[in-house]
Design a protein around this ligand. Structure first.
Ligand code: SAM
Length: 309
C-alpha cells in the first residue's frame, strides 16, 4: 500500500468510516496508473462476459497491445471505446515487446489483450509479463474468462487438482510421447485443441490413455456451446461421422489405480477388438499388437486365436 492510499484510508472517519475506507480502497484499486501493464481478460465468446473493470481500464490506458488488432478494434468498437492499439503477437513479440517495455518505462500505461480469454495463458502474453517482471515494471490483472477453467468447471470430472497442458507441441511423435507421459498423471488433464487436429488427438488419446472419461467442451459461452461427457472410445466413434467445428477444450480424467486397466474391449470379441484399432487407422499387425497388449497376451497367441487355430 502506498503513502497516499494509507493517508486517504486513515482520513476516512465518522459513522460510515468502514464504507468510506472500502470506497477509497476500491477507487484506488480501479485507478489506471502510469508505467503499469494491465492484463485485461476478454470474453471467450459471449460479449456480456466483459467486466466493468476491464471496460474502465481499456478506456483509460494510454494504449492497448493486442494479439489481433482487427479483433480488438471490433471489440472496442462494440463497447464504444477508442484508444490507440498496437499489435503484439507471436511473430513480432520480441521487437514489439521491447517497444511496449520502453513506453511503459517512460510512464505510459498499457492494457494487454489477446484474442480471447486471459492474456498469458497459452498465448504470447506470457513473454510480455516476463519482460516486465525482469524490468521491474508493475503488472496487474483484470481477471475474467479462461477457456481451461471454464471447461474444467463444466467437465463433471475431479477439479480439486488438475494439470493444464495447453496445446500439445511438436510433430506427431512428440505429441504421442507427451501423451504417453501425461497418461500416468493422476490429476485431471486439460488440453486445448484446434478443430482440424481433434480427430487425430482423440485417437492418440485413446491409444495412450486407454478408455477414460473425457469432457469435450466446444464453443464455450457461445450460442452453440456443447459439452460431451463420454469415454475416449465413444468420443472417437462420435467424430468418425461428425466434422469438428469451432473451438475445443478437452478435459480428461486422471489415471485411477482402481480402473487403470480401462478394459473398454471386455465386451468385444478378439476380431472386434482388432477391427476397433484398424478402424482407427492402424495396420493389421499393429492392431493385433495393441489388442494383445490390452488383453495381456502375446501377439502370436492372439493372432492364432484370430485365425481360429
Ligand atoms: N488465453 C486464452 C484463455 O484464457 O483461455 C486461450 C488462448 S489459446 C490461443 C486459444 C484456445 O483456447 C483455442 O484454440 C481453444 O482451444 C481454447 N478456447 C478459446 N475460446 C474457447 C471457447 N469459447 N470454447 C472452447 N475453447 C476455447
Amino acid at each position: 500500500m502506498n503513502d497516499t492510499l494509507s493517508r486517504d484510508i486513515e482520513n476516512a472517519r465518522g459513522q460510515n468510516a468502514w464504507e468510506e475506507k472500502a470506497t477509497v480502497f476500491s477507487d484506488y484499486k480501479n485507478r489506471v496508473i502510469g508505467g503499469t501493464l494491465y492484463l485485461v481478460a476478454t470474453p471467450i465468446g459471449n460479449l456480456s462476459d466483459m467486466s466493468a473493470r476491464a471496460l474502465k481500464v481499456l478506456s483509460e490506458v494510454d494504449f492497448i497491445a493486442a494479439e489481433d488488432t482487427r479483433n480488438t478494434l471490433k471489440l472496442l468498437g462494440f463497447f464504444g471505446i477508442s484508444r490507440p492499439v498496437v499489435s503484439y503477437y507471436e511473430y513480432n513479440k520480441d521487437k514489439k515487446g521491447e517497444y511496449i517495455l520502453n513506453r511503459l518505462k517512460a510512464g505510459e500505461s498499457c492494457a494487454l489483450v489477446t484474442d480471447a480469454g486471459t492474456p498469458a495463458i497459452s498465448d504470447p502474453g506470457e513473454d510480455m509479463v516476463r519482460l516486465c517482471a525482469e524490468n521491474d515494471i508493475p503488472v496487474t490483472s483484470i481477471p475474467g474468462c479462461c477457456a481451461a477453467v471454464c471447461a474444467l468447471s463444466l467437465s463433471a470430472l475431479p477439479t480439486s487438482s488438475f494439470v493444464f497442458e495447453g496445446f500439445l507441441q511438436g510433430g506427431k511423435s512428440d505429441k504421442k510421447k507427451r501423451l504417453e507421459e501425461l497418461s500416468l498423471e493422476k490429476r485431471t488433464v486439460i488440453l486445448y485443441e484446434a478443430p482440424h487436429r481433434l480427430k487425430d488427438t482423440l485417437s492418440d488419446l485413446l491409444d495412450c490413455f486407454s478408455d477414460r472419461q473425457i469432457a469435450i467442451c466446444r464453443e464455450l459461452t457461445k450460442l452453440n456451446e456443447q459439452i460431451i461427457r463420454t469415454t475416449l472410445s465413444e468420443a472417437v466413434r462420435i467424430y468418425e461421422t461428425e466434422e469438428p467445428r469451432g473451438e475445443y477444450v478437452l478435459v480428461i480424467k486422471g489415471r485411477d489405480e482402481r480402473d487403470s486397466k480401462d478394459e473398454f474391449w471386455r465386451e468385444m470379441s478378439v476380431s472386434e477388438h482388432v477391427e476397433f484399432y484398424t478402424k482407427l487407422g492402424c495396420e493389421k499387425m499393429e492392431a493385433i499388437k495393441k489388442a494383445a497388449k490390452d488383453r495381456g497376451v502375446g501377439k502370436s497367441s492372439l493372432y492364432k486365436e484370430l485365425m481360429g487355430k
